[in-house]
Structure formats: structure tokens, C-alpha cells
Design a protein around this ligand. Structure first.
Ligand SMILES: Nc1ncnc2c1ncn2[C@@H]1O[C@H](COP(=O)(O)OP(=O)(O)OP(=O)(O)O)[C@@H](O)[C@H]1O
Ligand SMILES: Nc1ncnc2c1ncn2[C@@H]1O[C@H](COP(=O)(O)OP(=O)(O)OP(=O)(O)O)[C@@H](O)[C@H]1O
Ligand SMILES: [Mg+2]
Ligand SMILES: [Mg+2]
Lengths: 220, 220
């Protein structure tokens, strides 16, 4: 489904070379549920962005469904992501001028789904994450944990084959986090491949397999 | 140091009335270390914003050092906050165009501290939260957990008598969170009063006392 082959991601900042990801290879197959753990700054977000093709590696290759992403055009990559990949960003990136409902509908509209169906599906997704009472609120009119849940609902908008979630429970209390894990497990049982980067040990243990990142490398 | 007397905070959103905080009274004295826990959406951030006088209650009163904040002018409130209150926001609110060092120096500059001293103190604070190697990076050039730590360092810029921290470990792994707790305990032993809103049970248990919020009210 998605594969990274010896990927590196470097940043040059004035004199310094920062190696955020230093030669990582991994494969995610259909039905997989992988949790990536590791200290703050170890490269988890960078790796997730490479897997989701929202960032390009300095060297190495990323394959989406067998195709090398570098041979795809920007438009093809965007189309692939829209239809098959759901991304929950660590910073959420919700649109502040749109309501929760509109934020979740947006990828559906981009994928060409009819208005009535978008509204129904968006409502169902938001209700599923406990936000049925906050549909018409904008991101600035809800709590941090509520915003996080809108971001999760939006990632699921087009029923992706692959869900990439960066710290999806960072703002949630124990009981709401447990509900998020149950949602992920249920999606995974229905066929969604899931990769989460997380500090939440409950969530990591609820995945099918775990991988530890330290200083940009996978610890064996 | 700070006192809330029967404070309420309501929002009107189209037809709905949302009671984020429904009649809360509490006192924070010098040397206090209070952890406020509760489900996502229960009113923790709202309460912290009221205590820090960055938001006004719909009814009830907030007293800072014995003075009712509503009788202070905006300038007096801002001055009081600058000199005595450190706020770590759930959304950090770092300035994206400034480096980590400049972000931490900013409140010091506003308080009139000389350039050389600002730089020294900001360096020391960032080193203390493990970011000695990221001084010249901008918020967009570091990880989520690193941004969170810059926000904590900035809140401590003017050695506040009162630290109000909203989810200060939400993006941190276990070991970095433990370091954050140690920092807070050490500040508290040196006289800083601390109120944290948190989902991190380790942090909550490391405080001197805990309070649970549910639906805008304190659970006895
Ligand atoms: N634009 C950038 N320029 C330079 N360095 C960067 C940039 N973005 C990230 N980094 C560095 O790359 C490393 C990995 O960052 P990344 O965001 O992947 O970490 P993370 O594991 O997600 O951390 P956290 O758990 O705190 O979210 C960090 O040391 C960070 O400072
Ligand atoms: N501007 C607003 N307009 C309407 N309702 C709001 C607004 N801001 C917050 N709320 C609501 O007030 C309630 C309390 O929000 P608050 O941010 O204080 O919760 P919280 O306990 O900090 O949650 P979390 O743990 O998710 O950060 C929530 O139900 C939220 O939807
Ligand atoms: Mg990250
Ligand atoms: Mg909050």
C-alpha cells in the first residue's frame, strides 16, 4: 500500500545539517495497524509526511500502491491522496472560517460527492467522534480536544484505504482516547490500514505492531 | 494570588447557549500547585483563560492579588500579566517569523530587560527544556513537542509568580513529560504558584492538589 525504501530527509539551516530521517525502510500493507513511537524530535512527523507524500525525501524512494511518487505529477499525487489517504496532522490544519461540518465535507466536495450525501456522511463521522452537538461551530469555538476530533473525522471523509494519524490523542483525556482507539480498531477490522505516530502508550499497544524511532532511525 | 468567585462563562452561538464554565469558585495561593483534570470540552481552557484574565467571565469575579480585574484598565491588566503571570496556551501561539530564542525574549523585551540579559536568560530557559540545539530555529522548523517546550520557556520569561499551563505535555513522550514535571516541581519549590490543565495523569499526580472539572463545574 505504501512503502519507504531507505528514505532520508535532511534540512539545511544556516550552517547546520539536520538529519530528521536517516535511512528508513518500511512497508505498510492493507489491513496493517502500525504505531510509531519515539521521543519528541525523533522524526515521527517527518516520516508520516513522507509516507503521505506531502513531503519529498532528500534521497530514497516512496511507493504508493507500487508507483514511485517521484514519477507522479503533483496532480496525480494529490488525486491519489484525496481518494486513498486520510491525514491527521499534528497541527490539525482546520480551516478557521468553516464550521466543523464544512471542514469535514471539504474533501468530499473535492472528490465530487453530492451535497446531500456529504452532509449525511460528515454528520455521521462527527457524531461518531462525539461532536454531534458541535456541527455548526468553527474551530475557534470548540475545545482543543474537540478540534483534534474534527481533524480525525475529516481524515476519514473519503473512506481512505490508508489513515496516517500524527498524535491523534494528544489533546484527549483517558476515556476519549480509549474511544479513539476503539474507532481505529474498528476501522482497521473493516480493512483500513492505519499508521499512527503517538506518545499514547495505550494507543500504541492497541495497534497490531509497534516501531520505535530514535534520532531518525528505527530501533531494532 | 488569584481567586475566582462564582464565575460563569457562556457563549451564544446562533440559537444555542453554551455554558462552558458554570459557577466556579477557587483560590490559588503562593506556593500552590494545582492540577485541573476533566474530559475534553469540560471547561479547563476556559477556566485557565479566566484565571489569567485573558478572558472575562459572563458573571462572577476574578481577583488578581486582591484586585478585581474588572476595575483594572486593559493596560493595568496587561502589565500585571507581563510581570506576574506566565501563560502556556493549548495552541502555543508562538510567532512564526521569530526564532525560538526571539520568541522567549519577547516578553522580556516588553518588560524592559536589557538585550544581553534577555539573550542569556532565554538561552538558559530553552536549554533547560532541552532545546539548546534549536535556538535559531523558527516554530515551523521544529517538532510539535519542541514547539510546546518553547511555549513553556516563553511563559517563564519574566519569572512569573503564577504559571498557568494548558496541556503543557500533550505533545511529549513519557520521558520528556517526566522532565517537564520535574521542572514544574522545582519551580514550585522555589515559590512559583502553578495551575496546570492536563490529561497527563503523571503530571496531575505530581501536583500538590487536584481538581476535576465536568461540564463546567467542579466535581466534589
Ligand atoms: N523545517 C525544519 N528545519 C530544520 N529542522 C527541522 C524542520 N522540521 C523539523 N526539524 C527537525 O527534525 C527533527 C524531527 O522532527 P519531527 O517533527 O519529525 O519530530 P517528531 O518525532 O514528530 O517530534 P514530536 O514528538 O515532538 O512531534 C527535529 O529535531 C526537528 O527539530
Ligand atoms: N467561542 C466558543 N463558542 C462556543 N462554545 C465554545 C467556545 N469556546 C469553547 N466553547 C465550548 O466550551 C466548552 C469548554 O471548552 P474548553 O476549551 O474550556 O474545554 P477543555 O476542557 O479545555 O477541553 P480540551 O480538554 O478538549 O482542551 C466546550 O464544550 C466548547 O465546545
Ligand atoms: Mg511530531
Ligand atoms: Mg483545553
Amino acid at each position: 500500500l505504501v512503502e519507504a525504501r531507505d528514505v532520508r530527509r535532511e534540512y539545511r539551516l544556516k550552517g547546520d545539517l539536520i538529519e530528521a530521517v536517516r535511512g528508513i525502510s518500511l512497508e505498510v500493507s492493507a489491513g496493517d495497524f502500525l504505531a510509531i513511537v519515539g521521543p519528541s524530535g525523533s522524526g515521527k512527523s517527518t516520516l508520516l509526511h513522507l509516507l503521505g507524500a506531502v513531503d519529498s525525501p532528500t534521497s530514497g524512494a516512496i511507493y504508493l500502491d507500487g508507483s514511485d511518487v517521484t514519477v507522479m505529477t503533483d496532480a496525480e499525487r494529490a488525486r491519489f491522496r484525496l481518494e486513498h489517504v486520510g491525514l491527521v496532522f499534528q497541527r490539525f490544519h482546520l480551516l478557521p472560517m468553516l464550521t466543523a461540518l464544512e471542514n469535514v465535507e471539504l474533501p468530499m466536495a473535492e472528490a465530487g460527492l453530492a451535497r446531500k450525501e456529504r452532509e449525511q456522511r460528515a454528520k455521521a463521522l462527527l457524531t461518531r467522534v462525539g461532536l454531534g452537538e458541535r456541527l455548526r461551530h468553527r474551530p475557534g469555538e470548540i475545545s482543543g480536544g474537540q478540534r483534534q476530533r474534527v481533524a480525525v473525522a475529516r481524515a476519514l471523509a473519503n473512506r481512505p484505504a490508508l489513515l496516517l494519524a500524527d498524535e491523534p490523542t494528544g489533546e484527549l483525556d483517558q476515556s476519549t482516547s480509549a474511544e479513539m482507539l476503539e474507532l481505529f480498531q474498528s476501522l482497521n477490522e473493516d480493512g483500513t490500514a492505519i499508521v499512527v505516530a503517538t506518545h499514547d502508550l495505550q494507543l500504541a499497544e492497541g495497534a497490531r505492531r509497534q516501531m520505535t524511532l530514535v534520532d531518525g532511525k528505527i530501533r531494532e
